[in-house]
Design a protein around this ligand. Structure first.
Ligand code: IMP
Ligand code: MG
Length: 191
């Protein structure tokens, strides 16, 4: 039997699984503290009119599940799935809606919940697409913002962490659908 195991290698806590080593970039504690902080901000900003949290599947599912319990005002949920990567680590640049919202967002205050902004293409596409449905407002909450050169302006109002330009996994984020269930954000050392 093989289970994930935390080990300390040269003073650094890592996760191991068979011959894989996963290094921790943002640990569980740090994630939870940030989630609480963001939840507070969102609660205060939307106090007078509750937002619909649009969770972008599948990467944001853990983040949304955690942060919604730190938002202390009524919210509603809807889910959207987009695909831009296939099974690769590099964005194809083509964004496709694979699952659309269930409800109208007309006159609603929309808060797009994203796991990570990389090239920004997915977010740009989503903002454009959802704006055309006449919501009262659209804002963006993203857990991670990758440090990559972008031509477009940063539209993230509620941001968790700026991270280096590395391919990260865990806390909802995957590589080829794996690793989403790690309780931290990390990256794979050996593949
Ligand atoms: P963008 O369109 O290039 O900004 O890519 C955004 C989407 O690609 C995110 O919502 C993620 O689903 C995925 N993605 C981007 N970078 C990573 C990463 O480092 N790990 C896992 N998924 C990523
Ligand atoms: Mg995503």
């Amino acid at each position: 039997m093989s289970f994930y195991k935390f080990k300390t290698i040269k003073g650094e806590k890592v996760l191991t699984y068979r011959d894989e080593i996963i290094r921790i970039l943002i640990d569980e504690d740090t994630l939870q503290k940030k989630v609480i902080e963001l939840g507070k901000k969102i609660s205060a900003d939307y106090e007078d009119k509750s937002p619909v949290l649009v969770s972008v599947l599948r990467g944001s599912f853990i983040f949304v599940a955690d942060i919604c319990r730190e938002i202390k005002i009524p919210v509603t949920f809807d889910f959207m799935a987009v695909s831009s990567y296939g099974n690769s680590k590099v964005s194809s640049g083509i964004v496709r809606i694979t699952k659309d919202l269930e409800h109208s967002i007309e006159n609603k205050r929309v808060l797009i919940m994203e796991d990570i902004i990389d090239s920004g293409r997915t977010l740009n596409y989503l903002i454009k697409n959802l704006s055309a449905r006449n919501p009262e407002s659209i804002e963006v909450c993203a857990l991670l913002d990758k440090n990559v050169p972008r031509k477009t302006e940063n539209k993230v109002k509620y941001k968790g962490f700026d991270i280096p330009n590395k391919f990260v996994v865990g806390y909802g984020l995957d590589y080829a659908e794996k690793y989403r269930n790690f309780p931290f954000i990390g990256y794979i050392e050996k593949e």
